[in-house]
Design a protein around this ligand. Structure first.
Ligand SMILES: CC(C)(COP(=O)(O)OP(=O)(O)OC[C@H]1O[C@@H](n2cnc3c(N)ncnc32)[C@H](O)[C@@H]1OP(=O)(O)O)[C@@H](O)C(=O)NCCC(=O)NCCS
Length: 181
């Protein structure tokens, strides 16, 4: 399995991964979100990686630009959304490798904080911790019962606990439907 940046030719295969991983209805919405983010200037800089086995794309992860507002210091931040692995190849570490490769590449480009709204039992395996308690407000209020799903990870030591703020994401991701259960 190899991980590489996605290219414009991968669009259809990426769409299929999300539809198969999330199911037809939710997957189509996610595929539209990905397409929208690829065309959203406010989502840049973005990092889109695919996991490839032989000729087949088996996983996709997307990180897009985020901004910290109401803060004392500017911070370089990104949001992870979405991540999907083909059902046949799940639980073999592909998702984890996509996250880790993404974080490594983001760190190399100077990104300091990465946010995610996702499964609170999954992302902590890869270093994410609850973000609300650390003073990072999500673009839309997260209901108390889902507070653990809003997570952050620092790629530069000493940011968490020192700098807080409200997260603003790209225009396409900044739609309320992407922040509901
Ligand atoms: C979530 C997902 C990306 C993980 O990909 P993967 O390649 O299977 O992940 P990994 O192999 O790194 O990790 C697998 C482990 O995560 C666990 N896991 C998967 N989804 C999980 C979830 N929603 N909550 C908690 N744990 C989860 C698996 O049970 C497995 O556990 P094990 O190692 O104890 O067997 C994949 O299951 C997927 O595409 N799911 C559908 C789409 C989705 O929910 N995307 C995430 C949106 S936040």
């Amino acid at each position: 399995m190899k991980i590489r940046k996605s290219s414009a030719f991968d669009g259809t295969e990426i769409e299929k991964i999300h539809i198969k991983a999330f199911g037809k209805e939710k997957g189509s919405e996610i595929a539209d979100l990905v397409d929208g983010l690829f065309n959203d200037k406010t989502a840049t800089p973005l990092l889109s990686l695919v996991a490839v086995e032989g000729e087949q794309l088996i996983g996709h992860i997307l990180f897009t630009n985020a901004t910290l507002t109401q803060t004392t210091e500017p911070v370089s931040a990104q949001i992870l959304a979405p991540l999907a692995v083909l059902p046949d190849t799940q639980s073999k570490g592909v998702g984890g490798q996509l996250i880790e490769e993404g974080l490594t590449r983001l760190k190399e480009t100077g990104v300091e904080l990465v946010f995610v709204l996702g499964h609170p039992d999954y992302y902590p395996r890869y270093g994410f911790i609850p973000a609300g308690k650390k003073g990072y407000e999500a673009p839309y209020p997260i209901p108390e019962e889902h507070a653990g799903a809003w997570m952050v990870q620092e790629l530069s030591a000493g940011i968490i606990g020192r700098i807080i703020g409200k997260v603003r994401c790209s225009d396409v991701l900044n739609q309320p439907e992407h922040w509901r259960e």
